[in-house]
Design a binder for this molecule. Structure first.
Ligand code: NAD
Ligand code: TYD
Length: 339
């Protein structure tokens, strides 16, 4: 089996590549542009192996995509590459729309021409938008995205589906909840709070901090994608959730407790525009069809993640380049204290 993974140098993609190399005998081709979020250090453990190849290219580049598929004849494409952060999509939507929507289109077209046997579109629970308690999205829920990020992912998700309906391209779509774990870029809630807490910096909580997210450990997500890749049915959508819904403030307090810091570090700041209040989803379909279930409980997953960041301060330093500092200033410098 030959698998082309896009975005394999990012947080989830690199965990997926490491998992494939460790747990299968497949050949893995990682196709990644190396944006600020892509980091080959995440793949140091597999980079020298004979079953791994890295291609440094943009999914929006039709010639590069066609060349990679022509050279490697992959049996499957697993498409992670994206601009993945809501706050950046609010500050600067253009690259988000370009990569997430147009890039997915380029890949789907190339997959259709090459008659790829499986195209797995990595989507998100954010396409369902904010849900009132006690609703949980099943795969047939209407899409109601709120941010440029989630709208671009919903567009890509629908486009992928249309390639099954129209061209019978064997597409499978997974929609996962919020991931956390080692190697996550410190712009997302959990790694940002951990890295700030470890350095006694302020922990910026948007609005009242009572927004709810369902937390999924990254390796559980990767196992779910592999289960859908192997056992999912063509044209179907599979939710992948962690089955652990928590308000942000509870997560932040747990980070403070586990890092031995006080709640005085919490700073309530201006809310994110269009902020979704609550995500919730049911993964019963994937469980029923493949037997998949999340294995990591949140307390252990968070403790393990904190230990990883404590032991990888040099990694954190390197990814917090000048670009990160510019983003941090743009996103947080203009946010006033909420009270
Ligand atoms: P990430 O930002 O850590 O990594 C994205 C990767 O894509 C990087 O390696 C980057 O270099 C690459 N990339 C970006 N634009 C590219 C382009 N034009 N061409 C080629 N490569 C490009 O993202 P992540 O958190 O690992 O998310 C991966 C996927 O999972 C995304 O599709 C995201 O929408 C989805 N997802 C993420 C979460 C989450 O909680 N992080 C939850 C559900 C779904
Ligand atoms: P994030 O990790 O950006 O994921 P998403 O927006 O895709 O769910 O944010 C998770 C939650 O944490 C979301 O409700 C926004 C909130 N948040 C903060 O309160 N402060 C922050 O500095 C960040 C990055 C997020």
């Amino acid at each position: 089996m030959n698998v082309l993974v896009t975005g394999g140098a990012g947080f989830i993609g690199s965990a997926f590549v490491r998992m494939l190399i460790a747990e299968t005998d497949w050949r893995v081709i990682n196709f990644d542009k190396l944006t600020y979020a892509g980091n080959l250090e995440n793949l140091a453990a597999v980079a020298e192996g004979p079953r791994y190849r890295f291609i440094h290219a943009d999914i929006c580049d039709e010639a590069a995509v066609a060349a990679a598929i022509g050279e490697e004849s992959p049996d499957a494409i697993v498409h992670f590459a994206a601009e993945s952060h809501v706050d950046r999509s609010i500050l600067s939507p253009e690259p988000v729309i370009h990569t997430n929507f147009r890039g997915t289109f380029v890949l789907l077209e190339a997959a259709r021409r090459a008659k790829i046997a499986r195209f797995l579109q990595v989507s998100t629970d954010e396409v369902y938008g904010s849900l009132e308690q006690p609703l949980e999205a099943t795969e047939d829920f209407p899409l109601n995205p709120s941010s440029p990020y989630s709208a671009s992912k919903a567009g890509a998700d629908l486009l992928a589906r249309s390639y099954f309906t129209t061209y019978r391209l064997p597409v499978v779509i997974t929609r996962a909840s919020n991931n956390y774990g080692p190697y996550q870029f410190p712009e997302k809630l959990i790694p940002l709070m951990i890295t700030n807490a470890l350095e006694d910096r302020r922990l910026p909580v948007y609005g009242d901090g009572m927004q709810v997210r369902d937390w999924l450990y990254v390796s559980d997500h990767c196992r779910g994608i592999l289960a859908a890749l192997r056992g999912g049915r063509d044209g179907e959508i599979y939710n992948i959730g962690g089955n652990r819904s928590l308000p942000n403030l509870i997560v932040v307090r747990q980070v403070l407790a586990l890092t031995g810091k006080t709640e005085a570090l919490i700073e309530y700041v201006t809310d994110r525009p269009g902020h979704d209040r609550r995500y919730a989803l049911s993964s019963d379909k994937l469980t029923a069809e493949t037997g998949w279930a999340p294995l990591m409980d949140f307390e252990n997953g968070l403790a393990h993640t904190i230990a990883w960041y404590e032991n990888h301060r040099d990694w954190v330093e390197r990814v917090r380049s000048g670009e990160y500092r510019t983003y941090y200033e743009q996103n947080y410098g203009t946010r006033s204290l909420a009270h």
